[in-house]
Design a binder for this molecule. Structure first.
Ligand code: ADP
Ligand code: MG
Length: 317
């Protein structure tokens, strides 16, 4: 299929319309309505075949995930998602791939009211770059820099599932569906991010691993953190597939979780549990912010748990 036929195919499968799209796909650029009193929040993320997804991943899952990782970044800022742009590089004009990809992308876009307003389609090694745009009331974005000593550290959902699924798949071991789903179709915590405005002091989404990402909050805020290994929220599926030590390691360093890690005044933990609970989002209190620097993990006896490597990093030797 030609470039323009592929764009038409993609466009036809997108069904989220928004009143603030003055001009969407089809012109040289999109025209989008701005909002008084709000700040535009923008992020972009690339998925490369063999690096961010397995070569045999289903096109619909790749489409879903390419948007999910971006909506997760918006969620971590407390932003309401609005629009996305999609730069698609494909080895061949593969209509089946594009149709599947579009269906996965559109399903998540629809669930979050996101309109695809433009992009680019080129030939080359399979790579997908999505740019997502959203809104936050001026001055109310959640950032990495507001954590204070004494804050509680909390996390949504469960950790380590996607990394465990990847490890099992790489070993050729049967992988529980519950873990595979977490790897292929992460759920960005959009509603939780909105509910954390005015409540969390700092927030980040966990893409590279809890220790690495919380480490960014610590650096950004000029503080340290202590995590309780026993408090890490682990799924039944993870427990079923790995022993306690391996599960803990996936949760601390595996990454690809797309959960939110945030800090807040300790006396407000009950409030956050109630707010996120009402949204059906589980929240676990996993530690505290302390004076100093870096992330320390302790077991039930208070002994330091060694963390072999903090998390995923490109270009690491
Ligand atoms: P130009 O050559 O002016 O950059 P293109 O031919 O690349 O325009 O794109 C035509 C229209 O289709 C533009 O509105 C562009 O935003 C849109 N478009 C191209 N590729 C994609 C894509 N992968 N996803 C969404 N919109 C796309
Ligand atoms: Mg173009």
């Amino acid at each position: 299929m030609s470039e323009f036929a592929l764009i038409d195919l993609l466009h036809a499968r997108m069904d989220s319309a928004r009143g603030d799209v003055v001009l969407g796909i089809g012109d040289d650029a999109a025209l989008l309505e701005s909002r008084a009193g709000e700040q535009l929040v923008a992020c972009t993320d690339t998925l490369v075949a063999g690096v961010h997804f397995l070569p045999d991943a289903a096109p619909a899952d790749i489409g879903w995930k390419s948007l999910a990782v971006n909506l997760s970044d918006l969620a971590a800022m407390g932003a309401a998602p609005a629009w996305a742009l999609l730069a698609l590089t494909l080895p061949r004009g593969d209509a089946d791939f594009v149709a599947g990809f579009a269906d996965g992308f559109a399903a998540l876009a629809r669930a979050n009211g996101v309109a695809l307003v433009g992009g680019d389609t080129t030939q080359g090694p399979l790579s997908i770059t999505v740019t997502a745009l959203g809104w936050v009331p001026a001055g109310r974005a959640l950032t990495r820099s507001g954590a204070q000593a004494g804050d509680a550290v909390c996390v949504t959902g469960t950790l380590g599932d996607a990394a465990a699924a990847l490890a099992l798949r790489r070993d050729g071991t049967a992988t529980p569906d519950a873990l595979l789903a977490r790897m292929h179709r992460p759920t960005p915590r959009v509603s939780a991010g909105l509910a954390l405005r005015g409540l969390a002091r700092a927030c980040i989404d966990i893409s590279d691993g809890l220790v690495a990402d919380l480490g960014h909050v610590c650096t950004g805020s000029g503080v340290g953190a202590e995590l309780d290994a026993d408090a890490l929220p682990l799924s039944a599926a993870l427990h079923g597939a790995f022993d306690a030590a391996a599960s803990c390691d996936f949760a601390l360093t595996g990454g690809d979780d797309y959960e939110l890690c945030f800090t807040l005044a300790a006396q407000r933990v009950a409030e956050v549990e109630a707010r996120l609970g009402a949204l059906g989002v589980p929240v676990a209190r996993i530690g505290r912010i302390v004076a100093g620097a870096g992330v320390r993990v302790a077991d039930a006896q208070g002994h330091t748990v060694a963390v072999p490597h903090a998390g995923w990093e490109h270009f690491s030797p």
